[in-house]
Each structure stands twice: as C-alpha cells, then as structure tokens.
Design a binder for this molecule. Sequence first.
Ligand code: H2B
Length: 98
Amino acid sequence: MAKLLTTPEVTAHLAQRQDWQLVENTIVRELKFKGFVEAIAFVNQLVEPAEAAGHHPDLAISYNRVTVTLSTHDAGGLTANDFALADVIDGLVPSQSP
Ligand code: H2B
C-alpha cells in the first residue's frame, strides 16, 4: 500500500499545484465548463488514466461544474498516488476552461 505523506510533504506538493486545495485529508480541484456535456466529456477522459493507475478520483458533477477530490482510501489520506493523479488530471483540463 502507498505510504501516507507527511504534512511537510503535502505542503511541498501543494505549493507546486495552485489549482488544488487541501480539504481535511484530501485535495480538491473545482472545474467549470461551458455546459453539462463538456463537464461529462471531461469526466469521461479521466476514466482511462484512473483505471490504468488503479487510482480513482471522487467526482461530483453539478451541471457545468466538476469537483475532483483525491485521497488514497486504502491508506486513509494523501499519498504520492494522489498528486500523480492530480498531475494527470491537470493535463486534461482544457486551457480555455473558465
Ligand atoms: N482509488 C483511490 N483513490 N484510493 C484507493 O485507495 C484506491 C483507489 N484503491 N482505487 C484501489 C482502487 C484498490 O482498492 C484496488 C484494489 O486497486
């Protein structure tokens, strides 16, 4: 099982990722899209890399907003796997996303 990160390690990872916020023992990014179809299309893009990594985001969709919450459930907190998946997700965000 992946090792839980220490608080300084989490702080250092977050310092490099301005779009992610620490919420309790998770990291969260909120994204806004043009509409529902675009939001769902984005979520669909996450399926393959999440499956490939064996690491899955918690997702909440509200019309054109997608809230992505990452934590390692098996470890009960944040591990390197969460920040690796955050980087994959960041790479999928359309640059024109408002
Ligand atoms: N995703 C996340 N976010 N955390 C986990 O602990 C986790 C997962 N565990 N996806 C994986 C699946 C595990 O249960 C399977 C057996 O690989």
